[in-house]
Design a binder for this molecule. Structure first.
Ligand SMILES: NC(=O)c1ccc[n+]([C@@H]2O[C@H](COP(=O)([O-])OP(=O)(O)OC[C@H]3O[C@@H](n4cnc5c(N)ncnc54)[C@H](OP(=O)(O)O)[C@@H]3O)[C@@H](O)[C@H]2O)c1
Length: 326
């Protein structure tokens, strides 16, 4: 009999998640039935959306999350033994699944075999980021600002904006992150939102204004950036991580800037473009091989350390994508 380790959502978060909000239990799994497969987690993702969606999640159930898992038994010909699958299986070491869609997430899909230079963990993070950037559609010579710049999404958005010939300004929370963005990823400027006067710093590094803003953090940062946008600027709303640990997630927005500067602001959820997932994977793969795109991961070892990895990501300890190796 297979024993699964599972993190159960025990108690609603209040501020930063605490030990005891999730509980690690063991479950005996039954034999699989026709149409099912058994998958063993290899890499699990820890993401900000888990904190963002937590207030709407039921207690007493496994906490939500995606993973790359190896199929170890199968009675479903679409999911053969030995292949790897990306699934929204939750924080579980072993899962019996039919591969069906869950919540806003798609059906489990098989990892394409792209060769040994593409790590498996890569498939729980980066594929659609190229498409996310299409919302603000940056053009050669324009100035792009990205917040959450040293994270999974932000570090790729900035690099892709560089590939497109833009001047790129990254906003993140430590000097070490800034050094990585500028010295290694080729960002033009970095602003530390924890220590700098953002308004003043933007006047210095973007004296001609901002054409595109890729917003990962929301809150006051967004308000300050609105003041620096150029006429007909575009803003892509990806996330609001500065608000996720707060009880009151409301912040007054200076929307009059959208009127006077004739700005366009659009939010999105990744699943709008699932049909373009493979295109994203292949384009990123090509850029990686050409040396134009670098992917960094912060890997925590051990399924038992999922909670630690999750909290450390929320605290900003990750560079690039935060993943757990089971
Ligand atoms: N719309 C979608 O479909 C979609 C998909 C994926 C992700 N997202 C969103 O994209 C954003 C980034 O996600 P990710 O997966 O790439 O995570 P990530 O950026 O790799 O990790 C989270 C980062 O957020 C920063 N952070 C934490 N608290 C903050 C605060 N109060 N103010 C500013 N920054 C803070 C930390 O970096 P610092 O050291 O810089 O503080 C931390 O490293 C999140 O808002 C997420 O919800 C949206």
């Amino acid at each position: 009999m297979v024993k699964a380790k599972v993190f159960i959502f025990q108690k609603q978060f209040n501020g930063l998640p605490k030990e005891g909000d999730l509980r690690l239990v063991e479950e005996n799994l039954p034999a699989i039935k026709d149409g099912e497969f058994l998958a063993e987690a290899v890499y699990l993702s820890v993401d900000p959306y888990m904190r963002a969606y937590a207030p709407g999640l039921p207690l007493g159930k496994p906490f939500l999350g995606s993973q790359v898992a190896r199929i170890v038994e199968s009675k479903n010909p679409k999911y053969p033994v030995g292949r790897h699958v990306v699934g929204q299986f939750g924080w579980r070491s072993h899962t019996i699944s039919k591969g069906e869609p869950f919540h806003i997430f798609p059906a489990a899909f098989l990892v394409p075999e792209l060769g040994p230079d593409v790590p498996l963990s890569y498939f729980i993070g980066t594929a659609l980021i190229l498409v996310f950037l299409e919302i603000c559609n940056p053009k050669k010579g324009e100035t792009v600002v990205v917040s959450g710049a040293a994270g999974a999404v932000g570090s790729l958005v900035g690099q892709i904006a560089k590939i497109k010939g833009c001047t790129v300004i990254g906003i993140a929370g430590s000097e070490e992150k800034g050094k990585w963005l500028v010295d290694e990823l080729g960002f033009d400027h970095f602003i530390n939102y924890k220590t700098a006067d953002l308004d003043k710093a933007l006047s210095e590094v973007a004296p001609n204004g901002i054409d595109c803003y890729f917003d990962n953090v929301g809150g006051d940062t967004t308000n300050i950036i609105l003041r620096h946008m150029n006429d007909f600027g575009r803003i892509s709303l990806c996330g609001s991580i500065s608000m996720y640990n707060k009880e009151d997630r409301k912040v007054p927005l200076e929307l009059f800037n959208l009127v006077t500067k004739q700005l366009r602001m659009e939010g999105f959820v990744f699943n709008r473009w699932l049909d373009r997932w493979l295109e994203g994977v292949q384009q990123n793969h090509q850029w990686i091989q050409e040396g134009k795109l670098r992917i960094r991961e912060t890997v925590t070892e051990g399924f038992e350390n999922m909670f630690k990895a999750f909290v450390e990501m929320l605290q900003g300890k990750n560079f690039g994508k935060a993943v757990v190796k089971a």
